[in-house]
Design a protein. Structure first.
Length: 295
């Protein structure tokens, strides 16, 4: 049972251009590889741009850590399609990844009842759109994010009265009110394997920042979620309009009324926080084995 694990130059071991947060890739592989080996399998890291020949013998490919796909979206999606066309199981599948790659998927989940953060969708964002967002949300601070992106790359925060008139973004954007609960309470992540809850954590930004990723000094703490919070995250997983994903990370933040709001349903290449969920490896290995053995 040979399993591929997609990487990019920023995460591939031995790469001269490894990212500062590539240790997360290492933690994840170190959790999955021995669990697969215990099931008689093996895990091989493969850069996602590698030719199809590099995937020979792989029964299943995990999307893994291709943490540059958003700058090469179509080529990346084409590669997943080609892998599936070669008879390889891709997790998560190409159709789900395509849907999840543009954050407009949040509108679909909102229509299914998920509580989401109010959002202004803009194809060619400029300073006037930031001003419109202040009025729309009646707030003092907004955050602009790429519609296709991850890890807060290209993200910016804007305070009322401080937006330069020549500000613009080179990509389609989503603009949202900044929720101070991210700093005061933290952002919650709920991890699911094959639709079943695995573990949860709260992520907090460094002092003076609003981004929770380790690349910006963010920290994580494992938690036992409250029943209502877990139910809110499970409802998002259940609302995904595709077959149950092999893995899902549901990122949420507390709203002013105390309920959790969906920030992201991370279904492509999320970091799965194995240090906060020591059973992640065995759970994934079991779920992978079931998918390969499924008639």
């Amino acid at each position: 049972m040979k399993i591929g694990f997609l990487t990019c130059p920023g995460t591939m071991p031995g790469s001269p251009t490894r990212r500062d947060d590539a240790f997360e890739h290492d933690y994840q592989v170190d959790a999955i590889r021995p669990a697969l080996e215990a099931c008689g399998g093996s895990l091989v890291e493969i850069e996602w741009r590698a030719p199809l020949d590099a995937f020979a013998g792989c029964e299943l490919v995990l999307v893994g850590t291709p943490w540059d796909y958003w700058d090469f979206e179509q080529a990346f999606l084409d590669k997943l399609d080609a892998l599936e066309g070669a008879g390889i199981i891709v997790c998560n599948p190409h159709a789900l990844v395509r849907w999840n790659s543009r954050k407009t998927y949040l509108r679909d989940l909102a229509e299914c009842g998920a509580a989401t953060i109010p959002t202004l969708w803009v194809e060619q964002p400029a300073a006037a759109d930031i001003g419109a967002a202040f009025d729309m949300f009646d707030c003092e601070t907004v955050v602009a994010k790429r519609q296709v992106g991850a890890g807060a790359e290209g993200q910016s925060i804007h305070r009322k009265g401080g937006v330069r008139g020549d500000w613009a973004m080179a990509y389609p954007a989503m603009i949202q009110p900044y929720l101070p609960q991210i700093a005061s309470e933290g952002e919650y992540s709920f991890l699911f394997i094959d639709g079943a809850f695995s573990h949860a954590l709260v992520k907090r930004p460094a002092a003076g920042d609003y981004r929770v990723q380790s690349l910006y000094g963010g920290t994580e703490e494992a938690i036992q979620p409250e029943a209502a919070d877990l139910a809110a995250a499970q409802a998002v997983v259940d609302a995904i309009p595709f077959d149950t994903p092999l893995y899902a990370r549901i990122d949420m933040v507390r709203g002013e009324d105390g309920t959790l709001l969906l920030m992201e349903a991370e279904l492509i290449e999320p970091y799965l926080y194995p240090l906060q969920g020591p059973e992640l490896g065995p759970r994934l290995a079991e779920a992978i084995t079931k998918r390969i053995d499924k008639p």
